[in-house]
Write a protein that binds this ligand. Structure first.
Ligand SMILES: *[C@@H]1O[C@H](CO)[C@@H](O)[C@H](O)[C@H]1NC(C)=O
Ligand SMILES: *[C@@H]1O[C@H](CO)[C@@H](O)[C@H](O)[C@H]1NC(C)=O
Ligand SMILES: *[C@@H]1O[C@H](CO)[C@@H](O)[C@H](O)[C@H]1NC(C)=O
Ligand SMILES: *[C@@H]1O[C@H](CO)[C@@H](O)[C@H](O)[C@H]1NC(C)=O
Ligand SMILES: *[C@@H]1O[C@H](CO)[C@@H](O)[C@H](O)[C@H]1NC(C)=O
Ligand SMILES: *[C@@H]1O[C@H](CO)[C@@H](O)[C@H](O)[C@H]1NC(C)=O
Ligand SMILES: *[C@@H]1O[C@H](CO)[C@@H](O)[C@H](O)[C@H]1NC(C)=O
Ligand SMILES: *[C@@H]1O[C@H](CO)[C@@H](O)[C@H](O)[C@H]1NC(C)=O
Ligand SMILES: *[C@@H]1O[C@H](CO)[C@@H](O)[C@H](O)[C@H]1NC(C)=O
Ligand SMILES: *[C@@H]1O[C@H](CO)[C@@H](O)[C@H](O)[C@H]1NC(C)=O
Ligand SMILES: *[C@@H]1O[C@H](CO)[C@@H](O)[C@H](O)[C@H]1NC(C)=O
Ligand SMILES: *[C@@H]1O[C@H](CO)[C@@H](O)[C@H](O)[C@H]1NC(C)=O
Length: 486
């Protein structure tokens, strides 16, 4: 810094910037080891962990660390404002598997729970494990049969299992740099009478366990996380964002049986959700809006996402009257395939549907949705289906490269309206199946049919229900180039 003027400027700037912001106090660090945690994975460390959290002073930032190596078996622990759990690389929080490990009210069945707190989070490079395998009563290659705690009367139905991490009514939430393993269940059900997510299609098959659940929260940052759920366990969603605003998800790796990123609106709307730079594999939908959709969902961006081996790629299952609008999907590489139809999904790379769940449900619309720069390899076509009083409005598909090819032996030829509506309807496969749409723009779309098991049936409209459409530079044809070893 030879120029004295620059030096002066520099010296002037330093104090002024530090003065303009309130000094952020350094976080206090407390280790659960100092509160008597055994870390042997056998004895419960609940009291030690809770005492460490409760010893954090007031609103000042406080880090509660879980030293490595160690397995910290625990019943529900309750976070309070200002507390961040730091699980060190090599350390794991293990969720208890006994009913008495969880609060009485099933809506609070989480291993780590924050309620009405601000500036809370979890991270540190380690792991949280829900021990879902302990809840499997019978392995089933199609879909495992799960234990249910419903006999207690604490909840009804088949989905009574604890979840991993919940932020309910929180502001300024950070979940970063952590691996979430084997959750036993996803969510709650506001209306137990409503057939919600992933109920069995047939028989007494049971489901449950969600990893990360954000409910009625605001200002949420989720980054550098990995989620590994059992691929045969139903209802073990990755991240459910429910009735919450301003969520940013980036650099996530999610490999799980049920939906991976799933915004829902049960008691309030969901605004401003961004998910970028993620890798997803799901036996259900990789990204799914709904199906709980009583309120609006608005302003979502999904960018730079790789979806592999999934049952459904980008999905809207709007069923309860909440309107969805202003959603962008960009730079997404999708590969979808059939799995057992016990799982919702029929290998659709893109699935945009709105229909009333049942005779008591309201109709709702989905508008202003842009798909741009999408590559898809899939066993089934795109399904775009509004309903009479709930149209799909202004959908745009730009720069898409789609290859259709059958490679599993599951039967195709079904339109999947589940949950509710018309359920499953026999229909031949189409590249794009369209009904009840007002405003559709398709531009620079290449569609390839790469083997004889699929009829080249690029576009199908339900007559008189699709209006104001434009196709520009759309091409569909058999795929016979040198790349046909695909
Ligand atoms: C959180 O706030 C909600 C709404 O104000 C309230 O109903 C609930 O009892 C609170 N929960 C706790 C644990 O304080
Ligand atoms: C995760 O946490 C570990 C331990 O604190 C740290 O070494 C690592 O850099 C962190 N990684 C990221 C992506 O933040
Ligand atoms: C409880 O769950 C079992 C399966 O584990 C199911 O068969 C039964 O119907 C459920 N009972 C109630 C009351 O929900
Ligand atoms: C959330 O964090 C921001 C920035 O650190 C702060 O200004 C705001 O007051 C916090 N919100 C609450 C409710 O504490
Ligand atoms: C989200 O924003 C909407 C619209 O402003 C608001 O009605 C709702 O209460 C907000 N939700 C939360 C959890 O802050
Ligand atoms: C949300 O976070 C931003 C940025 O950190 C902050 O300015 C804002 O105050 C926060 N909002 C609330 C409601 O805390
Ligand atoms: C959504 O984000 C926009 C732009 O950042 C902001 O103006 C708006 O207040 C946010 N909405 C909610 C409900 O927080
Ligand atoms: C896209 O996401 C991947 C991680 O999945 C990352 O490695 C890559 O840098 C991202 N690309 C861009 C352009 O941000
Ligand atoms: C959805 O939009 C329709 C038509 O504008 C409106 O009647 C309905 O109230 C909206 N739904 C919600 C939950 O606001
Ligand atoms: C999409 O992913 C597949 C593997 O899942 C890969 O072979 C292909 O090159 C990718 N395409 C683009 C455009 O990134
Ligand atoms: C779509 O891809 C093109 C070409 O790779 C790129 O220039 C453009 O920025 C991308 N659009 C979006 C919205 O990411
Ligand atoms: C037709 O659809 C386009 C978008 O695809 C929209 O911009 C335009 O307003 C619609 N026109 C009419 C007459 O509805």
């Amino acid at each position: 810094m030879e120029n004295p003027l620059l030096l002066l400027l520099f010296l002037l700037l330093i104090p002024s910037t530090s003065r303009s912001r309130p000094l952020k106090p350094l976080p206090i660090t407390l280790s659960v080891a100092d509160f008597g945690a055994a870390a042997d994975g056998l004895r419960y460390d609940t009291a030690a962990i809770q005492s460490a959290i409760d010893s954090c002073p007031g609103q000042a930032p406080c880090h509660v660390t879980f030293p490595a190596p160690g397995k910290y078996l625990t019943a529900t622990v309750f976070l309070k404002s200002g507390v961040q759990l730091k699980v060190e690389p090599g350390a794991t929080i293990l969720g208890g598997t006994r009913l008495e490990d969880y609060p009485r009210d099933s809506s609070r069945w989480y291993v780590v729970l924050a309620e009405n707190a601000t500036d809370v989070g979890i991270g540190g490079g380690g792991a949280v494990d829900g021990q879902a395998a302990e809840f499997v009563v019978r392995e089933d290659p199609r879909k495992n049969v799960m234990v249910s705690w419903n006999q207690t009367g604490a909840c009804l139905g088949d989905e009574c299992r604890p979840r991993l991490i919940g932020f309910l009514g929180c502001t300024n939430v950070t979940v970063s740099n952590i691996t979430l393993n084997q959750p036993a269940y996803w969510c709650w059900s506001r209306l137990t009478s409503v057939v919600d997510e992933c109920l069995p299609v047939v028989g007494p098959v049971v489901f449950g366990t969600l990893c990360l659940h954000l409910v009625r929260s605001n200002n949420i940052s989720i980054h550098d996380i990995a989620i590994y759920g059992d691929f045969n366990i139903p209802n073990n969603d990755g991240i459910d964002i429910e009735d919450s605003n301003n969520t940013v998800i980036t650099r996530c790796h999610i490999d799980t049986g049920d939906d991976a990123i799933c915004p829902k609106s049960s008691t309030g709307p969901v605004y401003n959700l961004t998910a970028t730079n993620c890798w997803i594999r799901s036996k259900s939908s990789a990204i799914k809006l709904g199906s709980a959709s009583w309120f609006d969902m608005k302003y979502f961006v999904f960018d730079n996402i790789t979806i592999v081996d999934s049952h459904r790629g980008l999905a809207f299952q709007i069923r309860d009257g909440g309107n969805v609008s202003d959603i962008v999907f960009s730079n997404i590489n999708i590969s979808t395939r059939y799995y057992d139809s016990l799982w919702w999904g029929r290998a659709e790379p893109i699935y945009v549907t709105t229909c009333p769940r049942d005779s008591t449900s309201k109709e709702a619309s989905i508008s202003n949705v842009l798909f741009i720069n999408i590559t898809a390899n899939s066993e089934n076509g795109i399904f775009l289906s509004g309903s009479k009083g709930g149209l799909l409005r202004n959908l745009r598909f730009i720069n898409m490269d789609i290859t259709y090819r059958r490679f599993t032996s599951y039967a195709g030829g079904l339109l999947d309206y589940r949950p509710g509506c018309q359920e499953l309807v026999k229909h031949r496969t189409a590249g794009m199946m369209m009904e009840h749409i007002e405003g559709l723009e398709v531009e620079n779309v290449e569609m390839r049919w790469s083997n004889s098991k699929l009829e080249n049936n690029p576009l199908e409209f339900k007559p008189s229900t699709v209006n104001n459409i434009s196709f520009l530079n759309f091409h569909s044809g058999l795929y016979t180039s040198s790349k046909s070893n695909y």
